[in-house]
Design a protein around this ligand. Sequence first.
Ligand code: AMP
Ligand code: GLY
Length: 426
Amino acid sequence: MNILLIGSGGREHALAWRLSQSPSCDKLFACPGNPGIDEVAELVAIDISDHATVADFCKANAIPFVVVGPEAPLVDGLGDSLRAAGIKVFGPNANAAVLEGSKGFVKDLCARENIPTAAYARHSEKMAALADLARFGVPVVIKADGLAAGKGVIIAETASEARDAIEHMFEGGFGDAGAEVVIEEFMTGEEVSFFAISDGTHVVPFGSAQDHKRVGDGDTGPNTGGMGAYSPAPIFTNTLEAEVMQRIIDPTVKAMARDGCSYSGVFFAGLMLTSEGPKLIEYNCRFGDPECQVLMMRFEGDLVELLLAAATDGGLANVNRPRLSDEYALTVVMAAKGYPGTPEKGGHIRIGNVGAARVFHAGTAVNDSQLVANGGRVLNITALGSSVTDAQAAAYAAVDAIDFPSGFCRRDIGWREVVRERSDAE
Ligand code: AMP
Ligand code: GLY
């Protein structure tokens, strides 16, 4: 069958790579794609906010199945529009993508279903929010309710920082996303990302990962979309996975179906492993970027079959559970200097011999037949190994085969596990 993939990042390059390997994938289209995706798909330039045009393009090109990479088109209802036109979609409808689109919605759902998460309050009025702060103590977490490109979360160490954050949000600092705020109890523990794929009624686990959000070595400096990741997260044991499925994911799937907004697509659950057990930090309605790159590296099987089953009502009952390799995958993000501020554009990139590693493109472009940087996060260098230490060594050996003078990367992706593996060996 012909397939259309929506998106242009490293996540979508990893998805395109696996989709194009499926025996049931005839022609893969990608919108807008990037130079890496161009190697396995035909790139098309259509305005994805114009849903009718996307549906018409699918009809004209005999495309019965669309895979949506990023959250914004899902929250915007692209899934609904394509389904209404008889096209199958991997990714939830808008009334289910609200799991990422409204933090307050998720907190209320957790409260109703008894899903473990931080204590919270929702406020749409500034004075009431300020008055409510005291009972949370500090640190306290202040969140803009809506999508804020990953930036709408402020961890306030003092009461005055918390007040400033609330005022900033209500004054429009995060646009419409901050018209409502959520105040949350601060949780401590180690963070893990967990993925599960649902067809609306069934849900199957799809592995764990940990990422590195800060721009600098040793987890220092400003937050980014993610400077690297590895999978699986060894601290996320099978026992923890079973507990998270039972206490967090299953009740969410059931409640969404019961409430008439059944969720099909991938759950990307941000979890805090607290002393009281795993608690939900947030849901995303898409794969993580760069977490998807390490999951795709480990995925063994037919990605079209799996994602199409998830896009079909009850379809997951008819396919094998997804299998991920027992190996570890690790990805290093090469970014353009300046990121996460204003990145330098146009810097030349030459990719040498990276051996068995894979180079996923994110913000790249081709200018006069020369590969150049065209965004903040530019390349994701991804490798497998029998331990995080081995995968890290393989990924950095590949990084060293890339000539990208105006780029940089962290040199310590996976450090926490490398330290653990070393102390386990002693
Ligand atoms: P989110 O966008 O909701 O994932 O939040 C971004 C980051 O803020 C998370 O990855 C956590 O590191 C942190 N965070 C969010 N909520 C909490 C919380 N209630 N307690 C502690 N840290 C949090
Ligand atoms: N890497 C974090 C995210 O995709 O949201």
